[in-house]
Design a protein around this ligand. Structure first.
Ligand code: LMR
Length: 339
């Protein structure tokens, strides 16, 4: 067993012990550890805090929700292992990170320029495609509770960046595990480097990678703008999250407590999705105001060139994410008036 796995297994055993002694002392609150990799001051960070506030209130002392931001407990890959082993109970990984769990269809959300608007996205996540994806997690010992938004990604680099040709030959950090993101970077004739989120700042600073992609909120709160000279408002892809829990833990909770947490999750979801756009707008304004990254708005011709370079990824990745899911996204977009 790897050291990381061993230490997660050890914490899981400890956690199981705590659950047992918790059951013996009925008045002890049930502890929900919610681990995530971003800063508290982001849409996901704020959503997690809102869930803590509402969950503890509705469960009236029966639950204690501990939020661990910024990869404090685990990095991306480890947190999924930790959830399955029961060392933590709740996570909200980006939809790009479910491939290694064996549910590669989540990567439909990574397809470049697939979602013409937030309304299309919401219709997809709340419709059959979104629900079906969450159901697929159950065989992995996981229950999917909700989808949370972050926002649209922009590319950044240490070399001037306007059109898709400018990234040629560069090493670009992507989220670990997503084959769609790898294909997207290759479509730009660049080199994809999967890497944990917590390692990105240093990798950019030391030149291990030349650039990356993320919504402004993640870029600003991780200070990536301090180590990236250029960014282009490509808005080429989406980062959103699935809030997930350990199935055994969730189903083992007293029904009234679970109902309280479900209510809290429904309200925290509305809250997180409401703050996401403004958070990203504010972060972009702050990046521009810092004067550290030159933020470029591509012209219409350049935007067409980005699309032309990246859209072939849809066909290329059809076998991975499923033709049906891609067609469903296109159908929803068409029904909502997008061509
Ligand atoms: C990333 O790794 O870039 C993002 O998935 C981080 C996050 O959770 O938003």
């Amino acid at each position: 067993m790897k050291t990381v796995t061993r230490s997660i297994a050890f914490s899981a055993t400890l956690a199981a012990g705590l659950v047992l002694s918790g059951a013996a002392l009925a008045q002890q609150p049930i502890v929900v550890k919610f681990s995530h990799v971003v800063a508290p001051d982001t849409p996901k960070g704020k959503g997690a805090e809102k869930f803590k506030e509402l969950g503890e209130k509705y469960a009236a002392g029966k639950v204690k929700i501990e939020v661990y931001p910024n990869s404090q407990l685990y990095k991306d890959k480890e947190e999924l292992e930790a959830l399955q082993l029961g060392a933590v109970q709740m996570l909200a990984p980006s939809l790009a990170k479910f491939g290694p769990l064996g549910v590669k269809e989540f990567e439909v959300f990574d397809l470049p320029y697939a979602f013409p608007s937030k309304e299309v996205l919401t219709k997809v996540t709340s419709g059959p495609v979104g629900k079906n994806l969450l159901t697929k997690l159950e065989s992995k010992g996981i229950i999917g509770l909700a989808y949370w938004d972050n926002g649209l990604k922009i590319f950044s680099s240490n070399k001037p960046l306007k059109g898709p040709g400018d990234l040629k030959g560069q090493k670009l950090r992507i989220q670990q595990g997503s084959k769609v993101l790898e294909a997207q970077i290759r479509a730009l004739n660049a080199l994809p480097q999967g890497m944990a989120f917590s390692e990105v700042y240093q990798a950019l600073q030391t030149g291990v990678v030349d650039g990356t992609e993320n919504p402004p909120s993640n870029m600003f709160t991780q200070k990536m703008h301090e180590v990236q000279k250029y960014a282009a408002l490509t808005n080429h892809g989406y980062i959103g999250y699935a809030v997930i829990v350990n199935k055994k833990f969730w189903e083992g909770m007293p029904a009234d407590v679970r109902a309280a947490l479900e209510k809290a999750m429904a309200e925290a979801t509305v809250f997180a999705n409401d703050v996401a756009q403004k958070d990203n707008d504010d972060a972009l304004a702050a990046i521009k105001a810092s004067g550290k990254t030159e933020v470029y708005q591509p012209t219409k011709d350049e935007m067409d060139a980005w699309r032309k370079a990246l859209l072939p990824v849809h066909k290329e990745m059809e076998a991975r994410v499923g033709k049906e899911a891609i067609e469903m996204v296109q159908k929803v977009a068409a029904e909502m008036g997008y061509k």
